[in-house]
Design a protein around this ligand. Structure first.
Ligand code: HEM
Length: 159
């Protein structure tokens, strides 16, 4: 699947749901960032050493980048190059292709905790698809051997 095809895999309804729900997370973004990193470092404690700056400012950057990405879902021509550049910077931070899996799980499970009953199965599927698209665009840009259809993460994580 090419970048553009995989981006097209999100429906208009899903985009709208993701954008609307992110607005509800924004007011609690500091707490959400805390929950996110606690989960991430529980799933894979080895990732801690990659983060050199303080977690509060890191959390802010993460939420700001997610906000930009979510708000740009309607303008993919602009979003794809931003994600590609970001992914290449992440290689310099020491991020490996498999690390997108625990990050995705931490993100989805943080939203689940933050939004409670509002995080319906349909909304969850919309976020999973959105993250997959973003992670696929990023991994394709940063890891030459990465193929979205055949990638299998063989690393094991804590639950
Ligand atoms: C949708 C996916 C992601 C988004 C939107 C995102 C966003 C960001 C942003 C905005 C920064 C600040 C610097 C920059 O702009 O490059 C950053 C840094 C960083 N990210 Fe990500 N990231 C993502 C995925 C990941 C993944 C999968 C990992 C794997 C562990 C990761 C680990 C890091 C690290 C280690 C840094 C540098 C921290 C430091 O300098 O202390 N990110 N990320």
């Amino acid at each position: 699947m090419s970048c553009v095809e995989s981006v097209m895999a999100i429906t208009e309804r899903q985009k709208q749901m993701v954008m609307d729900s992110f607005k509800k997370v924004e007011p609690i973004s500091e707490v959400a960032a805390d929950i996110f990193y606690t989960k991430l470092f529980h799933y894979d404690p080895s990732l801690k050493t990659l983060f050199k700056s303080d977690m509060k400012s890191q959390g802010k950057k993460l939420m700001a980048a997610l906000k930009l990405a979510v708000n740009t879902l309607n303008n993919l021509d602009a979003l794809v190059p931003v994600l590609q550049k970001m992914a290449i910077k992440h290689v310099e931070y020491g991020v490996k292709v498999e690390d997108y899996t625990p990050v995705g799980n931490a993100l989805i499970n943080t939203l689940e905790e933050g939004l409670g009953a509002e995080f319906t199965p349909e909304l969850k599927a919309a976020w999973v698809d959105t993250y997959k698209v973003m992670a696929n665009v990023m991994r394709q840009a940063a890891y030459p051997n990465f193929k979205p259809d055949t990638f299998k993460n063989s690393k094991r994580y804590h639950h």
